[in-house]
Design a binder for this molecule. Structure first.
Ligand code: NAD
Length: 497
């Protein structure tokens, strides 16, 4: 029995959207669990590798039809999709909140951002321009950015519809077809989004959304020779597998992986503002955010004061059911996730970190973990190095700028970071010294489709937003037009006349 909200949203059971149709898979059953109650929300069969072929066939046809439209018409389609997302926002947010265990106010905010993404990239669709190179041969050499064909996009469960929009909008704006494979645990809002895109006028097949496991249909989609590029958002381990599969097929990949981001607070900072932001940075989305500010580095003179603020702030957070508009932090996504987080908490205690808030599961049904704060964490502890992907903050003291930068840059991840200080020059210096794809000064978490987002080193490569993403989704084609000036020559021809 599928939860009525899901059945209503999809006009039927959970299935893959291929060629504009809902297609049931033939693989093993996948059961969705409500993170807030651990009750079953419904089950559906894994798409299985067989549907990968159907999706690629549809994408070849749909992609050709999409490219046959003028860039302006493609942009208008994406803009219409934004309007449809706004029309259905409340329903999308409700399903997102239910299936991802996300507080409804966060689900609403993220859904609104998805509409923004489509509007932003709608504007780009007819502004992806080439250039003319003054080559010595006298040809008119024109460089045109060409779509890659079919982009396979694989996304995780922590912010399903936000991530789906973040990936689909630029890929489509650049003239590609997209096959999205959301997490098997949260496919519904991505399928809703795919249907809205087709409703907005995208050719059937230009967008497919596949409901199934990564190791079955996800891997088959990437390994297929019709995959033009694999875009992966998720864990390091799965990302490496996806990149290896893409490489095996001779195709590029873009990886958006995890983080262990440092939030650096200097003694001269506005501590009240820094503490409020630090709480949002780690406890927003119950810590299940790639940019989570999971390491709080505090300059020693204000260490105790800051620790007190975040510990008391953690205890005061309103943890509750995702459907309650007052809830600030909901459950973590699954029993498996909860148990992994609890194991990391136990490990931190065994390693000598001092527990100052939370520290366990909440005594209530559902996958709830108390907002947890550890003090006196040292850089070599696992809690300072490994991504927990849960509501666990590691607070560490430091002395001076150089040590702050050394600790902040001492993790295997380089996704995001922040600096808090009233000294503008110091803020700038440290922000520049932090090795991370996004760094905030006196802030945290703000991202925009208009600005490039992505990781460095262990957090992945490539940028999935801003104007930068257009280079990820296109390839340069060099057109040599004979302007009558170059004498035909055997071989490569003389470079000049
Ligand atoms: P995950 O790696 O387990 O799964 C992510 C996706 O990969 C899912 O769709 C899954 O089905 C698929 N997958 C798994 N194995 C696969 C395989 N062998 N072949 C093809 N596909 C495969 O990650 P998760 O647990 O869903 O999400 C949590 C992780 O995602 C965290 O590490 C988090 O930091 C990361 N994340 C990163 C970003 C970012 O933008 N950098 C954003 C959100 C989440």
């Amino acid at each position: 029995m599928t939860h009525p909200l899901i059945a209503e949203a999809l006009d039927g059971p959970i299935a893959s959207l291929i060629d504009g149709e809902m297609v049931a898979g033939g693989g093993a059953a996948i059961t969705l669990i409500d993170p807030a109650t651990e009750q079953t929300l419904g089950a559906y069969p894994d798409a299985g590798a067989a549907l990968a072929d159907a999706a690629h066939r549809a994408a070849e046809r749909g992609g050709a039809a999409w490219r046959a439209m003028t860039p302006t018409a493609r942009g208008a389609t994406l803009a219409r999709a934004a309007t449809l997302i706004e029309r259905d926002a409340e329903r999308i947010a409700a399903v997102e909140s239910l299936t991802a265990g996300k507080p409804i106010r966060d689900a609403r905010a993220e859904t609104a951002r998805v509409a923004e993404m489509f509007r932003y990239y709608a504007g780009w669709a007819d502004k992806i321009e080439g250039r003319v190179i003054p080559v010595a041969s006298g040809h008119l050499n024109v460089v045109t950015p060409e779509p890659l064909g079919t982009i396979v996009q694989i996304t995780p469960w922590n912010a399903p519809v936000f991530t789906a929009g973040w990936q689909l909008a630029p890929a489509l704006a650049a003239g590609n077809a997209a096959i999205l494979k959301p997490s098997e645990w949260t496919p519904v809002t991505s399928i809703m989004l795919g249907r809205l895109l087709i409703g907005a006028g995208a050719p059937k097949g230009a967008v497919s959304v596949i409901a199934g496991f990564g190791h079955t249909v996800g891997a088959a989609l990437v390994a297929d020779r019709r995959c033009g590029k694999a875009v992966f958002v998720g864990s390091v381990a799965a990302g490496r597998k996806v990149a290896a599969l893409a490489a095996g097929a001779g195709r590029p990949a873009l990886l958006e992986l995890g983080g262990k981001s440092a939030n650096v607070v200097f003694a001269d900072a506005d501590l009240e503002a820094a503490a409020t932001a630090a709480l949002g940075a780690i406890f927003g989305a119950a810590g299940q955010s790639c940019t989570a500010g999971s390491r709080l580095l505090v300059e020693r003179p204000v260490y105790d004061a800051m620790l007190e603020k975040v510990a008391r702030g953690a205890e005061a957070l309103r943890v509750g059911p995702p459907s309650d508009p007052d809830t600030q932090m909901g459950p973590v996504h699954s029993a498996r996730q909860r148990d992994a987080i609890l194991a990391m908490i136990a490990q931190a205690q065994a390693d000598g970190a001092r527990l100052v808030a939370g520290g366990g599961a909440l005594e209530r049904p559902g996958c709830f973990v108390a907002p947890t704060v550890f003090a006196d964490v040292t850089p070599e502890m696992r809690i300072a190095q490994e991504e927990v992907f849960g509501p666990v903050l590691a607070v560490m003291p430091f002395d001076g700028e150089a040590e702050a930068v050394a600790i902040a840059n001492g993790s295997a991840f380089d996704l995001a970071g922040a600096v808090w200080t009233r000294d503008g020059a110091k803020g700038l210096r440290v922000a520049r010294a932090l090795r991370a794809g996004s760094v905030w000064v006196n802030g945290y978490r703000t991202i925009s489709a208009q600005s490039p987002f992505g990781g460095m080193r262990g957090s992945g490569y490539g940028r999935s937003s801003g104007a930068e993403v257009l280079a990820e989704y296109t390839q340069a084609k060099s057109l040599w037009l004979d302007a009558g000036a170059a004498a035909p020559a055997f071989g490569y021809g003389a470079p000049g006349r």
